[in-house]
Design a protein around this ligand. Structure first.
Ligand code: F6P
Length: 499
């Protein structure tokens, strides 16, 4: 058992939390030999919560999303829990919830991703979209609310088996209604919800119909504590309660009063498991990828690692690189921009067409500048953590230019793994800018000229300045790693329990 595991158990005084998230902690894919390949699920949420779930033997309540999940859920024992061990030896106890496919589609592909994700990342061109109608209300009621109720039923059933009061840790924007449903049935429950994505201003929430935006906030106010990534998100949440719902808010104590209860609103910047990543850095498969990279890389390597999500701003990143090649022709043939991307949410139209736009933009730039064997952009769409870690080790500039982002763990992973004093080019709208901005080159993600110049500086800064910035970035992430994120939340919960 790692030291952190023992510490977390001590803080929780033996009580086992229930973690609730849309995504399960594990993924399963069939292998060529017919056996199942079970790995830890992707995304920052799973990375972060799995440390806590593993250490505290928590039950993880999640939605069954496809064939792989279905096969794993069939492993459930008489207690209804599937005990699943990944190929790296981590074991999770998962309670799968299986909504009917139509309700799941409305919940995930009509409300959570194209609507809530878009509101919370300011992704709309408001002159044209969204166009809301009766179908929105239908998808909300029959999809989002229904699936939240169904998950709440399962949480209540799991809670009934635990010593009271249960501690329930709910995650992210797919489950906003759930806390109030659980609170109504277990008034003494301790409920904490962490929101992994940005919380926009009260005005922008007004794009959504009133009944939806108010149910989101009152659903969340079923919690005792609401955790957000940054102080700006926490401020926006308090303002939303005050301005959109007329609730009473104490800004100095960062507390909202609702239904006769105080609800704490706190910021906990999420982070990464540094020791685990450092161990992965030495993995033999990572080393193999590193050798392969050394064989093709030119003098300078610019890297990005992202899901193919509109919020990540991948196309503008390519346009900025095109400007760089235009304004600094001496770099042609000496640099490659490597975009290592993971396919995301391809059942949603906007995501599918965005992937097409990414491929077209890269191809156009390659056609324009390609000479001999030099291809300016290397675009790979693949989910491969070992390759990503090898790439992190080798970059000279890491481009993290999201339109808006809750935190962005790529920036933190890159800082910890890199071995070349690589420079982080960072959007001022990424949540991690609050912590890392001082040691990065800050950009406005919409300004491709500024981004191009920042990339140029990143590649040409004097060695000593590169080394200082890289060292400071690493130090910030080491100091505020995932342990800090979890411990800060649990300490607040303990304080609450003591009241
Ligand atoms: O943190 C944002 C988030 O949407 C998580 O909720 C999710 O697990 C991850 O990104 C990946 O998204 P998805 O589960 O939709 O692939």
């Amino acid at each position: 058992m790692r030291g952190i595991d023992a510490y977390l158990r001590r803080i929780l005084a033996g009580s086992r939390p229930i973690v609730v998230a849309n995504r399960p902690p594990v993924d399963a894919q069939p292998r060529a030999d017919g056996r199942e390949r079970v790995t830890r699920g992707g995304g920052g949420l799973v990375t972060a919560m799995s440390t806590l779930a593993r250490a505290t033997d928590a039950v993880w309540v999640a939605v069954e999303r496809g064939d792989g999940d279905r096969r794993l859920s069939q492993r459930a024992g008489p207690d209804g829990l599937a005990s699943v061990t990944t190929e790296d030896g981590e074991t999770f106890r998962v309670a799968y919830v299986s909504p009917d496919p139509e309700a799941f589609d409305l919940y995930y592909n009509h409300i959570a991703n194209p609507l809530l994700w878009f509101v919370q990342h300011y992704l709309w061109n408001l002159g044209r979209e969204p166009i809301l109608d009766a179908r929105t209300a239908h998808a909300w009621r029959e999809g989002y609310v229904r699936v939240n109720e169904q998950i709440a039923d399962r949480v209540v059933a799991e809670a009934a088996r635990l010593p009271h009061p249960p501690l329930i840790l709910t995650q992210d924007y797919q489950l906003y209604c759930l806390p109030a449903f659980v609170r109504a049935r277990i008034p003494e429950a301790r409920l904490q919800h962490f929101i992994h994505i940005p919380w926009p201003t009260p005005q922008y929430w007004k794009v959504l119909p009133r009944h939806i935006r108010d149910e989101i906030v009152t659903g969340l106010l079923g919690n005792d504590i609401i955790g957000l990534q940054t102080s700006l998100d926490a401020r926006n949440f308090l303002l939303t309660c005050e301005e959109n719902l007329g609730l009473s808010v104490d800004h100095r104590q960062s507390t909202v009063f609702f239904d006769g209860r105080p609800v704490w609103v706190r910021s906990y910047p999420i982070s990464i498991d540094v020791p685990a990543l450092e161990a992965l850095r030495e993995h033999e498969d990572v080393r193999r990828h590193e050798e392969a990279i050394a064989a093709w890389r030119p003098e300078f390597l610019i890297l990005r690692v992202d899901r193919t999500d509109l919020s990540k701003n991948i196309v503008r990143g390519f346009l900025a690189y095109e400007r760089l090649l235009e304004s600094h022709p001496d770099l042609r043939g000496r640099v490659i921009f490597w975009a290592l991307l993971q396919r995301s949410r391809q059942d949603v139209d906007a995501y599918r067409s965005y992937l097409g736009a990414i491929v077209r933009a890269a191809a156009a730039i390659n056609r324009r500048f390609q000479t001999g064997s030099w291809m300016p952009i290397r675009l790979e769409v693949e989910e491969n953590m070992h390759k990503a870690v090898a790439a992190y080790k080798c970059f000279d500039a890491l481009l993290v230019n999201p339109i808006y982002d809750g935190m962005n763990l790529v920036a933190k992973e890159g800082a910890v793994c890199n071995t070349r004093d690589g420079i982080l080019v960072l959007s001022e709208n990424a949540g991690c800018h609050e912590e890392l901005g001082r040691f990065a080159l800050t950009i406005n993600p919409f300004d491709i000229d500024q981004t191009a110049e920042a990339l140029y500086f990143a590649l040409t800064l004097p060695a000593r300045e590169r080394a200082t910035r890289a060292r400071e970035l690493r130090a910030v992430v080491h100091q505020a790693d995932i342990t800090r994120w979890i411990v800060n939340q649990l300490q607040d919960i303990r304080e609450l329990l003591a009241e």
